[in-house]
Design a protein around this ligand. Sequence first.
Ligand SMILES: [Zn+2]
Ligand SMILES: [Zn+2]
Length: 254
Amino acid sequence: MKLRVLGAFGSEGLGQRPSAFLVNDRVLVDAGTVSGALTVAEQLEVEHALISHSHLDHVAGLAFLTETLACCGAQRPVTVTRTAPVVEALRAAVFNNVVWPDFARIPDTITPVVKYRALVEEAEQRVGDLWVTPVPVTHTVPTAGFVVHDGARGFVYSGDTGPTQALWAAARGLTGIRAVILECAFPNRLAAIAKAANHMTPVLIQRELDKLPPDVPVWIYHIKPQFYEETADELLRLGSGRVMLLDQDKTYSL
Ligand SMILES: [Zn+2]
Ligand SMILES: [Zn+2]
């Protein structure tokens, strides 16, 4: 399984793109940025966008991806997949013909460039060539983490979340989980903001490590660019060699 990091950050900074990952060239996991990281030909290969929640740093890239699909002769739509509240939020707040065109009706409703699909929470479902289980996590809007695998290998993706338990429980017992991809947004000194916004700090990551199977690597994404060095230093001091910060534009093999 290939995991390409299109955007590794929890916001936008100079050369730092919001959170998005591409699995096996076809399935986006979050879409904070897409067109800023892929060629047009690569964008046309995207079939599914698995969205953790409706915040802009996870969906903004859908706007420009759908424009590419509409303008550049895409042979198939991108199917935006998540649980029902997120699908509704995207329809009502983004693709509403005010903020951005309703690409579910362009060029027509029979062959649109975007389709929506709602997943059932806590059930394993097929998304492209992958199996996906959405698990609700704690954030300021309805949000899911995902357990993703291809039948042999996979990963757990936290979405934006405060301390969580359900996600690790969902992954327990699954063989072939090669990585936990876990958000961390703020440095420890901004713990109050992190708590109010339901995000992780390095101290909270340490507590999550204790809940996880000891042999699974933890890959961090979603650090806020404004506090990158400080947060990264604190994370790397957690030690044990188990925590790694994901590099934007790099492709990881699982
Ligand atoms: Zn976010
Ligand atoms: Zn968020």
